[in-house]
Ligand binder design. Structure first.
Ligand SMILES: [Mn+2]
Length: 302
């Protein structure tokens, strides 16, 4: 009987082989099912990686036939999900950092799928150990660079503050893109700018258009090793509702895909696509777009 390749078991990202043989792989996709850094209202991104695996069945078939296809020039594997403790954030961070380091130390590029935005911090710690200070392109409705509170030091809204405090990144070449929102947003944006980040609001993004934005990013990064962090709430929640912090006024999928493509040519050391929350994604549009961005991300590597 012919094998039904649409539903192979185990289910993997884009139907890629499940493997942790990072010596032989150029790129490893890693699921990070952690969502306990306290999203205020909507949780559930721990289910993101598996929902995106499921959504990527179709994308996986398309990517094989794409021309050029990243599969023709890169050996890409699905490394499974990080086994982590949901109860203890510091333990979870250690587990995420260590899973990342396993990949990075074998000169394999990690492409990760969250999980909430907090998972970016242990990833950046691992990347720093290998590459030293690197640049960040953070694409998100929010800076996630809030001041650190003494009583709750680590949240999913301050990972980019910690990245600066821990001197993981080169702030002069890093930027946030897509910021918007009503109350409190100005204080968060000012804090990010005071630390040295460039912040490009969604209004500026729309005003400049994709060509100018991409040119600006390429100039700002200036050939430094760069970590691309894509929070799915960059998109408008009318089109991408399955996120933790839906913030109206965002980008369309076409604009987000064009932005990812525009980052080709950068010295990319990691891509992180986070905050897809299947509980709030009734038609699967958000997981589908995350799977598409994953494929587009692979297309700009190497
Ligand atoms: Mn966000």
């Amino acid at each position: 009987m012919e094998k039904n390749s649409n539903f192979e078991s185990p289910l993997t990202f884009l139907n890629l082989p499940l493997s942790t043989d990072f010596e032989r792989a150029d790129v490893a996709i890693l699921g990070i099912p952690y969502d306990c850094a306290r999203d205020m209202i909507r949780f559930g991104s721990r289910q993101g990686p598996n929902a995106i695996r499921h959504a990527s069945i179709l994308t996986g078939k398309l990517i094989k036939d794409a021309s050029p296809s990243p599969l023709d020039r890169l050996n890409i594997v699905d490394a499974g999900n990080v086994r982590l403790s949901l109860e203890d954030i510091s333990q979870a961070f250690t587990q995420i950092e260590s899973a990342m380091s396993e990949i990075i130390c074998r000169d394999c590029i990690p492409v990760t799928v969250g999980g909430d935005g907090a998972v970016s911090l242990p990833q950046m710690r691992a990347l720093h150990k290998k590459h030293g200070q690197f640049a960040v392109v953070h694409i998100d409705a929010h800076t996630d660079a809030w001041p650190v509170a003494a009583d709750i030091p680590f949240t999913n809204a301050n990972q980019f503050t910690h990245a600066v405090n821990e001197t993981l990144i080169n702030i002069d070449h890093s930027l946030h893109i897509g910021t918007r929102g009503p109350v409190n947003a100005n204080a968060a944006i000012k804090h990010a700018q005071d630390m040295g980040y460039e912040v490009i609001s969604i209004e500026q993004y729309f005003k400049w258009g994709i060509e100018k934005i991409v040119g600006h990013i390429q100039q700002r990064i200036n050939n430094l090793p760069v970590f691309i962090c894509y929070d799915m709430d960059f998109f408008d929640p009318a089109m991408v509702p399955g996120v933790a912090t839906p913030t109206p006024g965002g980008a369309t999928p076409a604009e987000g895909i064009a932005l990812m493509r525009g980052l080709k040519g950068l010295n990319i050391i990691g891509i992180d696509i986070n905050t897809t929350t299947p509980l709030h994604d009734p038609a699967g549009a958000s997981a589908n777009l995350a799977a598409t961005l994953l494929a587009e991300g692979l297309g700009i590597l190497g």
